[in-house]
Design a protein around this ligand. Structure first.
Ligand code: NAD
Length: 475
């Protein structure tokens, strides 16, 4: 399958490339070889995009909601029609199996369709006042928004931001990651083909620091939305603070999974193992720290290792591949160092543990008896490694689950309903999945607590992050 991507910037309704711009080499992680060059935005491109967003905002916020919704719905329909083509580009840029890439495109389409409907029900509030007086509370678009998104779900994480922002009436300028310019470009092609007006949705590939410092400092930009690592999130929040810009930060996690001895063990294993190795573990809500009640710990490890052996690692374009390579050259280096450190501190390597011979592959890996002082128990691995340890009591499990400064997702498996209720209350996380990994969908708020950031994406809460509140009082 050839790499059929058209790598360009999209500024003020025009596709741009060449013209002396610097380029960045896009790598296929299966081979580690270059497949294309993406043009990077110059400072003049960024100024042009800012000026276009400034011009486009008054008309877009005033556009009838039915018309805005129709453009979003059409974008969703086009993404669905083009899913196979876009997925093939994504797999070659990022590595995930084709079926996962296609599911991501379909999920992104749902975001556009859901916000196309939700914005029609964005009612305000009328306060109770004496006869003849009115006090109303309305929400208005915050204004042009800069988005910065990562490579692990290149389209879905972008769609979550821009579908909500555009629905709310905010133009967007988006800087996708340099690893995946082709598939993210297709999202803007769908928007363009759906009739998005010039300057309302703009795409600026580019050097991360140049783009973020320029956009965040501009008075045109009223809101910054970032998904990625905690250190970069903190850095962008500091930049935003200098200019009093609102921020939404969806940062890393280190999801605990509490496996109680009253769970349905076989069913639980059938769910957790594929989930761990989905997208080679490069998922901010990937189940990572498995705390297993002592009576079933050995059986859990045995069942986990047996299922791990069945994971078929290879090129994501091959039909039988269930796990592809990691997305970039940094990942196998990081994972290898974390596994070696854990082993040196007493962990047992029960499956995998090694990098591949070519490209950016790393074996699906299971670690047993991992001590709390191992780096991998404290830093998000963002790779195909399951980390396990045992616990005996409920309180001990909660203490371990809440031990880290992160709080994005947490999971638990138990057939005891009362315990499930208590878990939901006690775990410090933005999302809790009990006997389920289905925590990310268009109608549900997704976001973290503590170092995992703040602000929600998805649901009506995701729309509100692109709005400001105004109270109007009339006597
Ligand atoms: P990184 O911190 O270098 O980059 C993370 C993301 O931020 C990338 O998409 C990058 O393009 C972007 N970025 C980096 N510097 C930026 C800047 N100055 N302005 C704007 N954007 C900037 O990390 P990485 O090596 O790509 O990934 C490492 C870690 O990042 C992972 O271990 C994981 O913890 C985290 N991560 C989290 C998510 C998530 O979904 N929350 C996604 C990707 C990576």
């Amino acid at each position: 399958m050839s790499y059929d991507a058209d790598l360009k910037l999209f500024i003020d309704g025009n596709w741009k490339s060449g013209e002396g711009r610097d380029t960045h080499c896009v790598i296929n992680p299966v081979s580690g070889s270059g497949i294309a060059d993406v043009p990077f935005a110059t400072p003049a491109d960024l100024e042009e995009a800012l000026a276009a967003a400034d011009r486009a905002w008054p008309a877009w916020r005033a556009t009838d909601v039915e018309k805005r919704a129709a453009i979003l719905a059409k974008t969703g329909d086009l993404l669905r029609e083009r899913a196979q083509h876009i997925a093939a580009i994504m797999t070659q840029e990022q590595g995930k199996p084709l079926a996962e890439a296609k599911a991501e495109v379909i999920g992104s389409a749902s975001m556009f369709n859901w916000y196309a409907e939700e914005i029609k029900r964005d009612y305000g509030r009328t306060l109770v006042r004496p006869t003849g007086q009115r006090s109303i509370v309305i929400r208005q678009p915050v204004g042009p928004t800069a988005t910065f998104t990562p490579w692990n779900f290149p389209i879905y994480l972008l769609a979550k931001k821009i579908a909500a922002a555009l629905a709310a009436g905010c133009p967007v300028i988006s800087r996708p990651p340099q690893e995946t310019p082709g598939c993210t470009g297709e999202l803007f092609r769908a928007l363009a083909d759906a009739g998005i007006p010039n300057g309302v949705a703009q795409l600026v590939h580019g050097e991360a620091d140049l783009v973020s410092t320029t956009l965040i400092a501009s008075p045109t930009i009223r809101k910054v939305s970032f998904t990625g690592s905690v250190p970069v999130g903190k850095h962008l929040m500091k930049l935003a603070a200098d200019h009093m810009k609102r921020v939404t930060l969806e940062l890393g996690g280190h999801a605990p999974v509490l496996i109680f001895d009253d769970c349905d063990l076989e069913k639980t294993l059938d769910m957790v193992v594929p989930q761990k190795f989905r997208n080679a573990g490069q998922v901010c809500v990937s189940p990572t720290r498995f705390y297993v009640q002592e009576g079933i710990y050995d059986a859990f490890l045995k069942g986990f290792a047996k299922r791990t052996a069945r994971v078929k690692v290879g090129d994501g374009l091959a039909a039988d591949t269930s796990m592809g390579p990691l997305a970039n050259a940094r990942r196998p280096d990081t994972i290898e160092a974390l596994v070696n450190d854990a082993e040196a501190k007493g962990a047992r390597v029960l499956a995998g543990g090694h990098r591949g011979k070519s490209g950016y592959f790393f074996e699906p890996t299971l670690l047993g008896d991992v001590p709390n002082n191992a780096d991998i128990m404290n830093q998000e691995p963002f790779g195909p490694v399951a980390v396990t340890a045992k616990f005996s009591t409920f309180d001990e499990a909660i203490e371990q689950a809440n031990r880290l400064p992160f709080g994005l997702a947490a999971f638990a498996f138990t057939e005891n309903g009362r315990r499930a209720n208590l878990l939901g209350d006690a775990i410090e996380a933005g999302m809790v999945g009990i006997n389920s990994f289905a925590i990310s969908m268009a109608d549900a708020p997704f976001g973290g607590v503590k170092d995992s950031g703040f602000g929600s994406e998805g649901g009506k809460e995701g729309l509100e992050t692109y709005q400001v509140v105004k109270a109007i009082h009339q006597a």
